[in-house]
Ligand binder design. Structure first.
Ligand code: SF4
Length: 215
């Protein structure tokens, strides 16, 4: 607290409102339109986001990078892909010289790209019909790591399978199974999937063995 103003709360609420402004709009009632980002991450999380959403806590302006780029004049236009009666909607961050670019924030330089981002980029390559693309990770202190990708049919078929699964589970109002991954620890639905974390009392080994008790 500084004076009468809680600056931490002000920053958090600015982050939340900018984040909401930049988010891709999903009409939760329209289950015939599935957005690509819903199926490259945990399907259960995407399902909850549509049927019983809970706001996510944003941790920094760096997280807003991709949304900001999409809004700039050189950001790319969304594109849809028809899958019988389902439309799959994708949006690349940028298209330069026939290559698709995705920008993502990172805490550190990465050895390998994140699986969700590879699936997302690969699906964009098919939907926009482009041969290759790049994912550029940028850290808060402006270090960058770039990975390039040539499109793979097999990976795209997996995304299509997940689109069908999410669509039919939404139709049946059934939550998808858990997909345990590193995403879980930062997920707003953690407590719906796993039991609540309990605060346990710290007991030393000596105490357990009764070695510090007086004879
Ligand atoms: S906690 Fe994990 S399994 Fe559950 S919805 Fe979130 S990401 Fe999915």
């Amino acid at each position: 607290m500084m004076g009468d103003r809680d600056f931490r709360a002000i920053i958090q609420s600015s982050l939340d409102s900018i984040g909401r402004e930049l988010e891709i709009e999903i009409d939760s009632k329209n289950i015939r339109k599935i957005h690509l980002q819903e199926v490259v991450r945990c399907l259960r999380r995407s399902y909850y986001d549509r049927v019983d959403p809970k706001e996510i806590e944003r941790r920094g302006f760096n997280e807003l990078l991709s949304g900001l780029l999409r809004r700039l004049q050189y950001g790319s236009k969304p594109k849809e892909f028809a899958l019988e009666d389902i439309q799959v909607k994708a949006q690349a961050d940028m298209i330069v010289d026939d290559s698709i670019l995705l920008f993502r924030s990172a805490n550190d330089e990465l050895e390998n790209p994140i699986a969700d981002d590879i699936l997302y980029l690969n699906a964009c390559l098919w939907i926009y019909d482009k041969p290759d693309g790049m994912i550029i990770y940028i850290t808060g202190d402006r270090r960058e790591t770039t990975f390039s990708l040539t499109r793979s049919k097999k990976m795209f078929e997996e995304v299509i399978r997940r689109v069908r699964v999410l669509n039919s589970l939404l139709k049946e109002q059934k939550a998808p199974i858990l997909e345990p991954s590193s995403e879980c620890s930062g997920c707003q639905y953690y407590e719906r999937c796993y039991t609540k974390k309990k605060n346990t009392k710290q007991v030393s080994l000596a105490e357990m063995l009764g070695l510090n008790k007086a004879d």
